[in-house]
Design a protein around this ligand. Structure first.
Ligand code: HEC
Ligand code: HEC
Length: 186
């Protein structure tokens, strides 16, 4: 099985989503929607105010629910068309759910200039802006057992599961040595 260590964070993601779903109550659930964190004015990076329930249930089972604004619409289309071969795992869904989620992802995809090109492998973590934002991080940090993959946003962003990547909400992943902390401090 490829890359399974990455999935270690999944139960925590699911738990926090579960708590939020119960708190926000019944009528949103009836509409098939779940509340996300507040949509901050942060260039479309955060979660849209309304998130299909299926997105939280299906697309946050193995990793955080990535905000749609972090990839251009072409990348989301590629991802939704290839769920049976999803980065080495099978993430297939029924056709109706694929259609629903694809429509929502397209409608909320990133549109800024930096989204003009689909990144390699349709990965957020291969986008030019992502690499630029993280270029102060030492290569050894990405390999820490508490991180394992750049796609594991929650290792360093304490509210990643809510689509909040603000620098004020960074956390130190376990094992982060003082000499590697520069990117966290400025
Ligand atoms: C069965 C587990 C599983 C499910 C379900 C799943 N994914 Fe993934 N996803 C993965 C794995 C594994 C990776 C690769 C992670 C890595 O490289 O560390 C990944 C990577 C991604 C990436 C790229 C992350 C990066 O590197 O920038 C995106 C975007 C993504 N998934 C979106 C989705 C969407 C949308 C859904 C729901 C339709 C979904 N995933 C459902 C396992 C899953
Ligand atoms: C190993 C830790 C780590 C991981 C994993 C990580 N980040 Fe970051 N991220 C940082 C640090 C540290 C900064 C601040 C960098 C700086 O200011 O030099 C940052 C900055 C950012 C910023 C800019 C924040 C701002 O206010 O300008 C965004 C957006 C972001 N990360 C998104 C992501 C996303 C999305 C993922 C997962 C796909 C991710 N990061 C994974 C450590 C990480």
């Amino acid at each position: 099985m490829p890359r399974l260590p990455h999935l270690i964070n999944a139960p925590f993601t699911l738990l926090s989503h579960g708590r939020r779903l119960t708190r926000t109550g019944g009528w949103m659930a009836l509409l098939g929607l779940a509340m996300a964190g507040p949509a901050l004015a942060d260039h479309g990076r955060s979660m849209p105010a309304q998130v299909p329930k299926a997105y939280v249930q299906e697309c946050a089972a193995c990793h955080i629910a990535y905000p749609p604004g972090l990839l251009p619409s072409r990348s989301w289309r590629n991802i939704m068309n290839g769920l049976d071969k999803h980065y080495g795992v099978d993430a297939s869904l029924d056709a109706a759910t694929v259609k629903q989620l694809n429509a929502w992802l397209q409608a909320n995809a990133g549109t800024s200039k930096r989204m003009a090109e689909a990144p390699a492998q349709d990965r957020i973590t291969r986008s030019a802006w992502f690499l630029r934002k993280h270029d102060d991080i030492a290569p050894a940090v990405w390999k820490l057992p508490s991180v394992k993959s750049a796609a594991n946003c929650a290792a360093c962003h304490s509210r990643a599961d809510q689509g909040d990547f603000d620098e004020d909400r960074l956390k130190h992943p376990a094992g982060l040595e003082p000499r590697w902390r520069r990117a966290w401090n400025d």
